[in-house]
Each structure stands twice: as C-alpha cells, then as structure tokens.
Design a protein around this ligand. Sequence first.
Ligand code: FMN
Length: 202
Amino acid sequence: MSLEIIEKIRESDSLELALENALNKLKRAVKKRNDDLHLLNFVTVDDRNIPNTRNVVLRDFSVEDLTVRFHTDKRSSKIQDIKVNRDVCLIGYDKRAKLQIRIDAEAKALEDEEILMDIWQKMYPMSRECYRVSKSPGEEIKSLSEIKFDEDNESNLIGFDNFVAVECNIKSLEILYLSHVTHIRAKYKNNNGVLKGEWIVP
Ligand SMILES: Cc1cc2nc3c(=O)[nH]c(=O)nc-3n(C[C@H](O)[C@H](O)[C@H](O)COP(=O)(O)O)c2cc1C
C-alpha cells in the first residue's frame, strides 16, 4: 500500500497528493495508539540556546487551523523553553508508510481554563495521574522514594493545576517518502493558512 501511493505520487508529480496522504496519516494517528505517528519528537531550544528533545503523544491535529496539540505538565522544561523561544520542531516517522514528517512550528501553552477543563474531563483517570506527582518533573531527587503523588479525591481535579495543552502552529511541513527508486521530498510553507509546497532534492 505504501509503495503504491509513493508510485502514484511519483507518476502524477503531484505535490497535492503527496501532502494529502501525509495529512491523512497525521489525522489518523491522533486516535490510533499503535500508529507510529501517534508519537512525535518535540524539539525546543532553551534559554542558553541548547536544544532539547523528547517524545510526546499527538493529541490533536487540525488541518483547518494547521495546528498540532499535545498534553504536558506546566512544570516541565519544555514549557520553560517555549516561554523563552516559541520556535519548535516536531518530527515523526511512519514505518509502514515509509514517511517522515517534519514540522516547524510556533508553540504556545493554552491558557483558556475552559478548554483545558474540557480536555481534562475527557482524559482517562490513568492519564491524569501523572499530573498529581508532588515534586516538579525534572527535579533532582536523592531516592526513588521521594516520588510521591498528591491524593486524588472525588473532585478529580487534583493535578489539574499542573496540566496544560501545548498548541503548535505549523509554519512549515516537510515530508520525505522513502523509496527504492528515489526518495521523494517536499516542503510546504504555511501561506496565510494554506500549505504551499515545492519539491526538494531528497
Ligand atoms: C512513549 C512516550 C510518550 C510520552 N508522551 C508524553 C506526552 O504526551 N507529554 C509529555 O509531557 N511527556 C511525554 N513523555 C515524556 C517526555 O518524553 C519527557 O520525558 C517528559 O515530558 C519530560 O520532558 P522535558 O523535561 O524535556 O519537558 C512521553 C514519553 C514516552 C516514552
């Protein structure tokens, strides 16, 4: 299947088809836990200009708004990083589709309490649990016994204050299809809400 679509893209020389397929893969990956693209690598640059990278779960992808969203702890270093530098990268690789997707974006932590509460209420209790960790993520500890969780109660709101969603506004999106013939690579820039692409030598 992956080879078929890659050949179709090659034969048609269609930037639109190459993009449409990649966007569909991202869209599908939001709901599918086992999809390779359900996990993206999120790269920030900190206040000393040092890059940091980590995996995050893709929670939402909007083709209309050209945004990618994931959930995190407000106390984590990625949040500190995007406060000083909003420029970020996201990258993932769908092994079956032989497709790498690389995104340049501007990230912001969502502040709208109503939106955050709506997401929180829809989350599995297990997913909410990590936000109840008492000390801040990334803090050094002497022993594993120092990892403690604030007790939950019937409000289910313990940990909510630590929870945040990060929205990444896509500035450009680059795709790379691996093929035994020649790889296919294209970069699409966000031009007033429309992704405008050009082929690139792979
Ligand atoms: C499979 C997997 C999924 C993860 N998903 C998330 C996530 O959605 N959000 C998150 O904040 N951290 C997630 N993490 C943990 C991060 O990769 C990272 O270790 C943590 O957020 C601390 O990052 P920071 O200190 O660089 O901010 C995930 C880790 C793995 C291995």
